[in-house]
Design a protein around this ligand. Structure first.
Ligand code: ATP
Ligand code: MG
Length: 651
């Protein structure tokens, strides 16, 4: 624990539990042992471009072969140069051609309990038809299509139809405001908007078309709007601009061959969730992204033919792009999609779905797991979860105690947990246990995937030693990496490539322990500096969450004359009312768990924490509140504005 330079981040957390994969799991896994993983990782690291090049030839369909695996002109990468492929072809035609047309591609459950399923052949037909609808409205290669839809199969159909004809989709989570849609539409210069009349949310119809109408009044580039009827809400249809989905589909032919697209043809733009500032339009391209989504899906979820895979993320987030649509479908998986809220009609809904569809792989976010814990075990215990064989998490660090609950209550102590670290920018999972090979430690995303080379550096770019926290960087380009920020090369260079020479700066802090396991410590901007010691948010939060009365916690620094920064924490409770006794007990608890240095100076109890719409805690807003400042910066991604107001009132 050296903090003399102030450049590293001190670790205070201790976690020594280790969970090796069970032999019955490893025996059938794609990668069966640590030694096998290490051999593969070493092979890839010796020549990453060639490693990915070989995989690309095997895993994707090529209309024209590529001539070079990687052309790297820092910070701009081109993967599989000169090749022509199509992501929609790789997801659909390739499965049909392999005789898998009758396999279920999408199993869908609507919030009101309706359900549908689409085989690969059916999905292929629907996507082809809808691609023709888009063409009939003048959409072609390079045009941007903005999608604002509920989690219904048509959302995946719309994405794949764009991919089929080389149009670029920009999916906007169907909870964002008209303002946020208009901002994104204008930034991307979207030509067509796709939406639905409304979405089901906890039994109520959430109007979408009405919000879109407001957005389109401020999105002059959008010429047409396609509207799916999901809920039967009355909507206004502007003649000439607005078209019903079913009317266009009724006239469309189901013959639409996939366009051979350049490897580097943009596939989509996705605006990040905005935990740290103004959302960025992250650009991903065709071949590299597609390969990365497919391979990471196969490695991390150890996919087998009879699996039912459920990723609970909305397609409005990158997780939905890579692990609801492109990854699973290009691997020929059966993927479950659920439209609604996890607590409707009751808090057992997810487990009811797992039981009903015999889900075998379940992938969700720590924010959901913390909610399940808070809601109580009785909702879980009512259902048969014996079909599950593998669990995953993504989006934030998972506190070890939440991990243990997930392991015991959902996984029945038999399912490995893959804690997957990645970002919108990385396109797919970067670090995660391979479930048959890598023993897990609660709270660690364990090791990098083959072809991924993480390095932890200090602020001068020097590698730091084991157990010293620093900036997480990626030392070699990988196929799924972002190709830029839409329309803003300067911001791309500045954010990811300017602070550390020659390496991708992820924006998170991490440390690597003596066993080569990585521990994400929080975001660079969120580090606390207490009396010259730089402390990680996640470690303090995890200590709090290990107390039986704490449901969630967020730690931030507050300016302090003596210590530089004081530790301020915001805590939501379970099963008890706030009290001064509890406040002192929590201070003692953190002191005992991780030491005096991290003991909170301020503890504020609150009913909820400010989160992005994808469920991530927005610490930068809490930092302003702790310092008694006005909130600055972008708040359009805040899920619930009343949370901020009530936090201020509680001051
Ligand atoms: P913005 O970049 O606009 O602030 P964001 O970073 O929240 O938004 P995402 O790309 O969705 O947008 O999230 C990636 C971030 O989420 C990572 O940089 C990391 O901070 C966090 N994260 C994701 N998975 C994990 C994980 N398994 N463990 C710890 N942190 C994670
Ligand atoms: Mg980010």
């Amino acid at each position: 624990m050296t903090s003399q330079t102030g450049r590293q981040i001190d670790t205070v957390m201790q976690e020594s539990r280790l969970f090796p994969p069970r032999p019955s799991f490893s025996d059938k896994a794609r990668i069966k042992s640590l030694a096998e993983y290490e051999a593969l990782w070493n092979k890839a690291a010796a020549d990453p471009a060639n490693f990915w090049g070989e995989l690309a030839r095997e895993e994707l369909h090529w209309f024209e072969p590529f001539t070079e695996a990687l052309n790297w002109k820092e910070p701009f990468a081109e993967w599989f140069v000169g090749g022509k492929t199509n992501a929609s072809y790789n997801c659909l035609d390739a499965q049909v051609a392999a005789g898998q047309g009758d396999r279920v591609a999408i199993l869908w459950e609507g919030e009101p309990g309706d359900s549908r399923q689409l085989t690969y052949a059916e999905l292929h037909r629907e996507v082809s038809k809808f691609a023709n609808c888009l063409k009939s409205l003048g959409v072609g290669e390079g045009d941007v299509v903005s999608i604002y839809m509920p989690m219904v199969p048509e959302l995946a159909i719309a994405m794949l139809a764009c991919a089929r004809i080389g149009a670029i989709h920009s999916v906007i989570f169907a909870g964002f405001s008209a303002e946020a849609i208009a901002d994104r539409n204008n930034d991307a210069q979207a030509k067509v908007q796709i939406t639905a009349d409304a979405a089901w949310r906890r039994g109520k119809a959430l109007p979408l078309k009405q919000t879109v109408d407001e957005a389109l009044a401020k999105s002059p580039s959008v010429e047409h709007c396609i509207v799916l009827n999901r809920v039967n809400e009355a909507v206004e249809m502007k003649s000439g601009r607005d078209h019903w989905w079913r009317d266009l589909m009724a006239k469309a032919s189901d013959d639409c061959p996939a366009t051979p697209l350049d490897s580097e043809a943009p596939l989509f733009i996705l605006y990040t969730s905005g935990s740290t500032g103004k959302p960025k339009g992250i650009k991903h391209t065709t071949a590299g992204y597609n390969l990365f989504a497919k391979k990471t899906f196969q490695w991390v979820f150890d996919h087998r033919e009879d699996d039912v895979f459920w990723c609970t993320a909305d397609c409005g987030w990158v997780t939905g792009h890579s692990y609801v649509v492109y990854g699973p479908l290009s691997a020929g998986a059966t993927c479950l999609m659920y439209e609604g809220a996890p607590n409707f009609p009751d808090e057992g809904r997810f487990w009811e779905i797992v039981e009903k569809y015999k889900v075998s792989i379940f992938y969700t976010a720590p924010t959901a797991i913390r909610a399940f814990i808070k809601w109580g075990d009785e909702h879980v215990e009512k259902h048969d979860l014996s079909s599950l064989r593998l669990l995953g998490t993504v989006g934030e660090g998972i506190n070890p105690e939440a991990w243990m609950w997930y392991h015991k209550k959902i996984g029945g102590e038999r399912c490995p947990i893959v804690d997957t670290w990645w970002q919108t920018e990385t396109g797919g999972i970067m670090m995660s246990p391979l479930p048959g090979a890598i023993p897990t430690k609660p709270g660690s995303c364990t090791k990098p995937l083959p072809g991924i080379i993480p390095e932890i550096v200090d602020e001068s770019g020097k590698l730091v030693g084991a157990n010293q926290g620093g900036w997480l960087t990626i030392a070699h380009p990988w196929p799924g990496m972002l190709r830029g920020i839409w329309g803003d090369d300067d911001r791309y260079k500045e954010v990811y490539w300017s602070k550390v020479q020659g390496k991708y700066l992820a924006g998170d802090n991490a440390r690597c322990d003596d066993d080569g396991y990585y521990w994400i410590m929080g975001r660079i901007d969120d580090v606390l500096n207490v009396s010259g010691h730089r402390l990680s948010t996640i470690e303090i939060e995890s200590a709090l969450v290990s107390h039986p009365n704490v449901a969630e916690a967020a730690a931030v620094g507050r300016p302090d004359d003596l210590k530089g920064e004081a530790v301020a924490v915001f805590v939501t409770l379970k099963n008890v009312e706030p009290s001064d006794e509890l406040r002192s007990a929590l201070k003692q608890h953190v002191r005992k768990e991780i030491g005096a240095l991290a003991q909170p100076d301020d503890i504020r109890f609150t009913n909820s924490l400010p989160k992005t719409r994808s469920g991530k805690i927005m610490r930068r807003l809490l930092k302003d509140i702790a310092a008694g400042k006005e909130t600055v910066g972008d708040t359009t991604t805040l899920e619930d504005y009343t949370v901020l107001a009530s936090l201020r009132e509680e001051e």
